[in-house]
Design a protein around this ligand. Structure first.
Ligand SMILES: Nc1ncnc2c1ncn2[C@@H]1O[C@H](COP(=O)(O)OP(=O)(O)OP(=O)(O)O)[C@@H](O)[C@H]1O
Length: 261
């Protein structure tokens, strides 16, 4: 495996001697999609700010591959509402050419909005614009802070799908914060459950059964997530009945559920 793009080594950030990120070890490689979940105030944004270099660690360190490019997608696009601003002009503020900006907008599915006003975009279109602004830099690492905020449920699913597709195309690493637990479970490779320290981490299918996850999010959340996961130890016949597989085990081949690992 290649060297990680980012390594957090005992990262600790304290405000007034209160650690809000406590001894976090984490590495992100090319191709990884890592999602940070956790309750309000758990230190998720602080951790991401440390990766971006805008929050200094109190202890430990953040190591980045030298020369690496980071594309950042904030939660919201904050704009002066009285200032007329087209999508094209907004993108060109990055210093990239029109053709590069257009290519990035095409990639995120909003190339047709080049001449539209940014003030008139829907929630989903705004998030795609912010993603295009991050992509135009051809990042090695994409950092997203709740990218699906203000986007409806169908829009959220396609936004997460787009993030996976961009990861494949750019071969970048992705680290994001999300509160949309069901979508996270379907769209990510590794979940980090943060509550100052890392409570638990792992594949989405496994994490909902972790006692630390249940302690942080409660039984109801864990149970509702567990609905989407089941062991592949049996098969269904055309009537949906469970049947035994060829190898004597019960195999679950015909079910096309939500989040099969
Ligand atoms: N600059 C700062 N000075 C003092 N306290 C801060 C500062 N930034 C964050 N905090 C505190 O650190 C804690 C973690 O904040 P952070 O924004 O990282 O949490 P979060 O997990 O992203 O929360 P949310 O899900 O609510 O966005 C909070 O208690 C917050 O008030």
């Amino acid at each position: 495996m290649t060297d990680p793009l980012v390594t957090l080594d005992g990262l600790t950030v304290a405000f007034d001697d209160r650690p809000v990120v406590d001894q976090v070890n984490l590495s992100v490689h090319r191709g990884d999609i890592i999602t940070i979940i956790g309750p309000n105030g758990a230190g998720k944004t602080t951790l991401i700010k440390s990766v971006l270099g805008i929050q200094k660690p109190s202890a430990g360190e953040v190591r980045l591959v030298p020369g690496m490019v980071i594309g950042y997608v904030p939660q919201h696009l904050v704009l002066e509402s009285t200032l007329p601003l087209s999508v094209k002009r907004f993108m060109m503020l990055t210093g990239h050419s029109v053709s590069e900006c257009r290519a990035a907008l095409d990639k995120t599915g909003v190339g047709h909005l080049l001449d539209a006003s940014v003030h008139h975009l829907s929630g989903g279109e705004r998030q795609r614009l912010l993603l295009a602004r991050a992509l135009v830099r051809r990042p090695d690492l994409l950092v997203l802070d709740e990218p699906a905020q203000g986007v409806d449920i169908n829009g959220q699913a396609s936004l997460y799908q787009l993030i996976r597709q961009l990861r494949d195309e750019l071969n970048c690493g992705v680290i994001m914060i999300s509160h949309d637990l069901h979508l996270v479970m379907a769209a990510t490779d590794r979940v980090i459950c943060l509550n100052q320290h890392i409570c638990c981490s792992g594949h989405p299918a496994d994490i909902s059964q972790d006692p630390a996850f249940i302690e942080t999010f409660g039984h109801d959340v864990a149970r509702s997530l567990a609905v989407y996961h089941h062991d592949h130890n049996h098969a269904h016949n055309l009537h949906g009945d469970v049947v035994e597989g060829d190898d004597g085990h019960l195999a679950h081949k015909e079910c096309s559920g939500y989040a099969h690992p």
